[in-house]
Structure formats: structure tokens, C-alpha cells
Design a protein around this ligand. Structure first.
Ligand SMILES: Cc1cc2nc3c(=O)[nH]c(=O)nc-3n(C[C@H](O)[C@H](O)[C@H](O)COP(=O)(O)O)c2cc1C
Length: 447
């Protein structure tokens, strides 16, 4: 029997951030946001038959650290960024098969606008678009959308579920064969196949329908990221595929089990929903070369910038930490502040023990390795990495695959994935040798 195949995305979100832009070999001769760099990335990723190119997003200038944006601007802490929708359009025009995953926040966006945009992108890419929905944890993002404070964690997921319901109603309101474009009669569409939506909910009132023709995939592939118990329940409601965090394997297994239970509760088939695990990765011809490349991450951001990175990632201002504190207390404070209960402090508490007390200096030392993704980056030869990916894939139910990313430098490290890791996975029968589907949804269903 054929072995279940993995799906591979490539997340380029951080290619110019986290100090990576200045590492050897990075952005050769180019500066963010030069679109020709992104076009090259798209061509390389498609040469490797990857399922999709993906990016996360954030819309504000981080100001969690000391309540100021200065550190973000000075050290490039998740700044600057751009709306990647036009960039992905450019990438899609130099490729034919690979899909594109764009991230939007259901906490801030309006579903009518987003559903309409996704419809247009699905047309433009010939059915290669995915939408990744996130709830947002950052005040700097919220402040740009008219919120004085961040919506409560559970309410953000309530809104995400309703947001998705509205989008689905909008995408489904116009039947797939509604368009006529009949030259002889002049009839453009069939009114019997275009329906109202009339959604009246807690967060949204939307009459519908969209004023767009039905798109190749009907709906974009829906991805969702969020790992708390409420986030996982939302995954079951929202997602075709889940974007999972790069946690320790036991936590990944736990998320897979929780997701399976949540899917079953909703009457959905757990075997149809994959998790694409966020996987920072460096592959090279030799282990030594891969380790040397990974070590560059420790030089990417200066020590002064670490607190700003951690604070942004956790949505909590670590500049206020006392000289010594308990991880448990800190975690409780983070939860109380409506930031994510998952994340760095939670992981550190799992690693060192929740009861551990730690000094500020020790916290930031661990933090450097976290902020740069050094700790979570797996590095090695293609065979070593394929072993590791197979282990995670099998332990988490042989569904979905990996969102490779957080690499050290582009384009070289993506080229290495395509030239070394992909052939190794193909040799093991774990990855496609040609695109089988017409749309991204079809390619993600290859098994
Ligand atoms: C793998 C992963 C990727 C994420 N990417 C983004 C992102 O690009 N932009 C964003 O605003 N939030 C992002 N988030 C944050 C989530 O949407 C969510 O707000 C956060 O994880 C807190 O929810 P939780 O407590 O359910 O995990 C991401 C989360 C995960 C786990």
C-alpha cells in the first residue's frame, strides 16, 4: 500500500524580519519589498512541487515593549510589512500550479469585503488561493481598526466562527452554474441561481449576495491558526486545514487529538482535515553545514532587541518583569491580560517546569533562542530531516504535513529544500512527483 503523502507549504513571512535580511546570502542585491525576489521564491517553490506559498500577517507597528514603537522600528521587529495580497498576485502570474495562502484577521476584517476579495483572487489564480484566518493578540493591530482594547480571547473566536459562516454563505449564494454569458440572448446570469444571504448575527449583518461570478474553487481553502482549547474548537468549525504551531511533539499530538475530538463533535470527518505544522528548517549537504547555517540565527538580532521580539510575540510587555519571578505567575498574568495562553512562556514553563523561578537575565537568554527560532529550527541533512518529518507526520495521524519556513536566508535555503529535502521525501514515497490537481484544494487532497 502507498504510504500517506505529506503536504508542504513554504511560509516566507519572516524572510526579511528577525534580522534575517542581513544574514549571509539573504536577499542578494535586493531590499524588501522588491517583488522580483518574491517572484523568484515562487518559481523555486513550484519547481519543488510544494503545495503552497504562505504568509502570516500583522497590521500594526509593534509597541508592546515599553509601550513604544521605537524598538520595533529600530530593530525591525515585525516591521516593516506589507499587504501581501498584491505580491501573491505577482507570484501567481509567474507560476501555474502552486497555491497561495494569505492571512487575514477575523477580529478586524469584515467578511463581505474579505469574501469578495478571496473570490477575485481565486479567479485570478485559477483556483489556487487559501485564506488563513487568525484572531489577533496585539493591541497595536486593534488600535488601527477602531478598538480601544483587544476583544476578549473567547469573543475573538466567536467572531471568527460567525465571520466564516458569513463568508461561506456569501460564497455559496451564487451557484456554480449561475453564469450564462449567452451571446444569442444577451442573458448574463440566471437569477434563479443567485440567492440572498440575509445574515443577522451577533457581530455581522450582511444581506448578500456577492456581486461576483462564482470562482474556480467556489470557496478558497480555509486555514486557521490558534492552539488554545477554544482555538481548536474554532479550527473544527472553520478550517479545511489547520496551521499548527512548532511545539514539542507531545503537544502536537495533544492538539491533533483535541482537534479530532472537536471535529467529531461537529460531525466532521477527522481524517479529512490536515494540520500543517509550522516547521523552521535548515537543510544542507552535510550536518555540519546545516548546523553552521542554523547558528547564524543567533547573530541575527542584537541583544537589545530580544525583549521587543518576545513582547510582541507574546502580546505582553516583558520590560516590566521583576529581577526574579515564577513562570507560573507570569503565565497567569499573561492569560489575565487576554494575550495568548499558548506561546513562549507556556513553552518555557513546560520545558523547565511551571513551578520554576527564573531571573530576568535567564529569561532573556532563553528568549534570544526563542525570538530567533533557533531553538525550534531543525537542521540537518535531507535524510535526517526526512526522518524527523516522518516521525512527526506519523505521530500526528499522517494527515496534513508541514509549513516549512523561518529559514535563515532566502533564496538559498529554499533552494536547498527543493533540491535536497524534496527528492529525499519523494524517494521515500512521502511527497508528490507531479502536481495532480487543478486547484489548490485538489492538490491538498492528494494522498
Ligand atoms: C501557527 C500560528 C500562526 C499564526 N499566525 C498569525 C499571524 O500571521 N498573524 C496574527 O495576527 N496571528 C497569528 N497567530 C495567532 C493566532 O491567530 C491567535 O491569535 C493566537 O495563537 C492566540 O490564540 P490561541 O490562544 O487560540 O492560540 C498564529 C498562531 C499560530 C498558532
Amino acid at each position: 500500500m502507498a504510504r500517506p503523502k505529506m503536504h508542504l507549504g513554504f511560509d516566507f513571512s519572516y524572510s526579511h524580519m528577525g534580522g534575517r535580511w542581513r544574514l549571509p546570502g539573504s536577499w542578494p542585491g535586493r531590499i524588501f519589498p522588491d517583488v522580483t525576489m518574491y517572484e523568484d521564491i515562487a518559481r523555486i517553490a513550484e519547481r519543488g512541487l510544494l503545495d503552497m506559498i504562505f504568509s502570516g500577517d500583522g497590521t500594526g507597528v509593534p509597541d508592546t515593549w515599553r509601550g513604544s514603537r521605537d524598538a520595533a522600528v529600530e530593530w525591525g521587529v515585525n516591521w516593516p510589512r506589507q499587504d501581501l495580497n498584491p505580491i501573491m498576485v505577482a507570484m501567481s502570474r509567474v507560476t501555474r500550479h502552486i497555491g497561495y495562502g494569505l492571512t487575514y484577521s477575523s477580529t478586524f476584517m469584515h467578511p463581505y469585503y474579505t469574501a469578495r476579495l478571496m473570490n477575485s483572487l481565486d479567479h485570478l489564480t485559477g483556483g489556487r488561493i487559501a485564506m488563513n484566518l487568525v484572531t489577533s493578540t496585539r493591541r497595536s493591530d486593534a488600535a488601527n481598526f477602531g478598538f480601544d482594547e483587544l476583544m476578549e480571547h473567547g469573543a475573538r473566536y466567536d467572531r471568527m466562527e460567525e465571520f466564516t459562516d458569513v463568508c461561506r454563505k456569501l460564497w455559496d449564494a451564487t451557484e456554480a452554474d449561475a453564469m450564462l454569458w449567452d451571446h444569442a440572448s444577451g442573458r448574463v446570469g440566471d437569477p434563479r441561481k443567485v440567492h440572498g444571504v440575509r445574515h443577522h448575527g451577533r457581530f455581522f449583518n450582511v444581506e448578500g449576495p456577492l456581486n461576483t461570478p462564482p470562482s474556480p474553487q467556489g470557496r478558497p481553502v480555509l486555514i486557521q491558526a490558534g492552539g488554545s482549547p477554544r482555538g481548536i474548537r474554532a479550527s473544527a468549525h472553520v478550517a479545511d486545514h489547520v496551521f499548527g504551531a512548532d511545539m514539542a511533539l507531545p503537544l502536537q499530538i495533544k492538539q491533533r487529538q483535541a482537534l479530532d475530538a472537536a471535529l467529531a463533535d461537529l460531525g466532521r470527518d477527522p481524517s479529512a482535515v490536515g494540520i500543517l505544522w509550522q516547521t523552521p528548517i535548515v537543510v544542507a549537504e552535510t550536518d555540519a553545514a546545516a548546523q553552521a547555517q542554523r547558528n547564524l540565527l543567533l547573530t541575527a538580532i542584537p541583544p537589545e532587541a530580544v525583549g521587543a521580539y518576545l513582547s510582541y510575540n507574546s502580546g505582553y510587555d516583558f520590560s516590566t518583569l521583576p529581577e526574579r519571578f515564577s513562570l507560573q505567575d507570569l503565565h497567569a498574568e499573561i492569560v489575565a491580560s487576554n494575550a495568548s495562553p499558548a506561546g513562549f512562556v507556556h513553552e518555557l514553563a513546560v520545558k523547565l517546569g511551571a513551578g520554576t523561578t527564573i531571573t530576568r537575565a535567564e529569561f532573556f537568554e532563553h528568549g534570544l533562542r526563542n525570538a530567533t527560532s533557533y531553538d525550534t529550527t531543525i537542521a540537518g541533512t535531507a535524510a535526517q530531516l526526512a526522518d524527523r518529518l516522518e516521525e512527526v507526520f506519523e505521530a500526528t495521524g499522517s494527515r496534513g504535513g508541514f509549513m516549512l519556513g523561518h529559514i535563515v536566508s532566502l533564496p538559498g535555503d529554499l533552494q536547498a529544500i527543493v533540491d535536497l529535502l524534496v527528492p529525499e521525501l519523494q524517494r521515500r514515497g512521502r511527497f508528490r512527483t507531479a502536481y495532480g490537481g487543478r486547484t489548490l484544494r485538489e492538490n491538498l487532497l492528494d494522498s
